[in-house]
Write a protein that binds this ligand. Structure first.
Ligand code: ATP
Length: 430
């Protein structure tokens, strides 16, 4: 096992016109469990293939501790790699498939048998050991591929590229905890590629978030949730993701439209910023005065153990939209989870407001989601006043975090001083 260090490593598939992986310096520390998380096409597989030697980077050098490996082929790197789809010898038995990587490296027969049976036991393959692999369903075949990747001892790292994609959802939970146990038992470095935040957060000691070929933040799951360093991390982690609103810093005060929402902390020149607040840290009252933003409830998703209240705030556009138009909201039932929402409300694919302007029948504002305990009394059309929990709202410029919003000193209505009628859900609090 070794620390795997990428030094200025980048890759272009088109002779340098675009970078699938922008040159980066990064160390995978020996023995840690990493999740590499990002949307489709952000460069995760490219990064994995560079580590394993399947791909030679366009630029940069790779080190395993103090040994340079840039020109060393895959076979010389002692890396185990598991792909998204089964890679095995279909005509061989499950036993022989699991034994193959060991026999290939001349492990003694007794050791081969011991390790095959150990891995088979952990992955629930004992009853299938004598079966030909092609007789298994694709999910089970993938578990055999996983076993082939995990069977060796002393590998430099185990790289898993979305290994549970073809596995039955019911099995996924079990396998995920099995993988965690295997990581604990073997102490190998694991790099687990996924675009699924639940998979990443439940598996990893450290989550590395990639966007457009670069690492935008790496940290423990809680750190990424509580302290996103990039707007993308706020959107991608959390369910729903972070709300983002345009705001302004002036004389150290952060305002959304004309409403002051807090004090800017950070070395921030005045000017436009974007403010990010997770649904868990926004607090909804029926009325209030600054610090906070006035708006109108446009929908309620009743999720069972909590509710999501959608609020159209109009900090940039004067009074709340319904008042301006002399309208109150109309309720539309969307069924299933007991949601109520007004027609036309864009939930942005299940994510919280991402800075987009939400239009409703000619009214324009910004959509926010507030997570509350189950059974909120808010209904579409109600007036809603949203305050931001102190030190849990963040400021961004060019999508990168540049500050935090603190309570306005001594101001009436500071978030933590209030007893809101509809409290923020406790689930996401620090
Ligand atoms: N062999 C290739 N030739 C040309 N372009 C490629 C090749 N492989 C990947 N790319 C491009 O490089 C970028 C990164 O791809 P990569 O497969 O590394 O992303 P990913 O995050 O693993 O995506 P996914 O989750 O869909 O597998 C994408 O724009 C992709 O289209």
């Amino acid at each position: 096992m070794a620390d795997i260090r990428l030094e200025g490593v980048g890759h272009s598939y088109d002779g340098g016109r675009t970078w699938a992986l922008k040159p980066m310096t990064w160390t995978w520390r020996s023995g840690r469990a990493y999740a590499l998380l990002g949307p489709s096409g952000c460069g995760k597989t490219t990064l994995l293939n560079i580590i394993s030697g399947l791909l030679t980077p366009t630029t940069g050098r790779i080190w395993f501790d103090d040994r340079e490996m840039t020109a060393v082929p895959t076979a010389g790197r002692d890396i185990a790699q598991v792909f998204q789809f089964p890679v095995l010898y279909e005509e061989m038995s499950v036993y022989d498939n699991l034994a193959f990587p060991l026999r290939n490296r001349k492990y003694p027969k007794a050791e081969v048998d011991r390790r095959v049976r150990q891995v088979s036991g952990m992955l629930g393959l004992d009853d299938h050991l004598r079966r030909r692999s092609r007789r298994l369903d694709p999910g089970r075949q993938q578990i055999v591929s996983l076993g082939r990747g995990l069977v060796r001892s002393g590998v430099a790292a185990v790289l898993l590229d979305e290994p549970l994609t073809v596995v039955d959802p019911a099995m996924k939970w079990t396998l995920r905890s099995t993988l965690k146990e295997i990581h604990r038992d073997t102490g190998h470095t694991f790099v687990y590629v996924t675009h699924d935040q639940t998979e990443a957060l439940t598996f990893a000691d450290e989550v590395v978030v990639v966007k457009d070929g670069e690492i935008v933040q790496a940290g423990e799951p809680t750190e990424l949730f509580l302290s996103p360093a990039h707007e993308f991390v706020g959107h991608f982690i959390g369910s729903p993701g972070m709300n983002v609103l345009p705001a302004e810093v002036s004389d150290g005060v952060v305002s959304v439209g004309r409403a002051a929402v807090g004090r800017a902390v950070g070395d921030l020149p005045p000017g436009p910023v974007r403010i990010g607040i997770r649904p868990e840290f926004a607090v909804l009252d029926s009325a209030g005065s600054t610090p906070g933003v006035a708006g109108r409830v446009t929908g309620v998703d009743r999720m069972g153990s909590y509710d999501l209240v959608h609020v159209l705030v109009n900090g940039h556009d004067g009074p709340p939209p319904a008042e301006r138009d002399g309208q109150t909201g109309q309720t539309g039932q969307t069924g299933q989870t007991g949601q109520t929402r007004q027609d036309g409300q864009d939930r942005q694919g299940g994510r919280a407001g991402q800075g987009g302007r939400a239009g409703q029948g000619g009214r324009v504002g910004h959509s926010l989601v507030v997570k509350t305990d189950a059974g909120t009394r808010f209904e579409p059309g109600d007036a809603g006043f949203v305050r931001f929990a102190a030190d849990r709202a963040y400021l961004f410029r060019d999508a990168v975090r540049c500050g935090t919003v603190a309570a306005l000193n001594g101001a009436p209505g500071e978030p933590e001083a209030h007893a809101p009628e509809d409290r923020v859900s406790r689930s996401g609090e620090a």
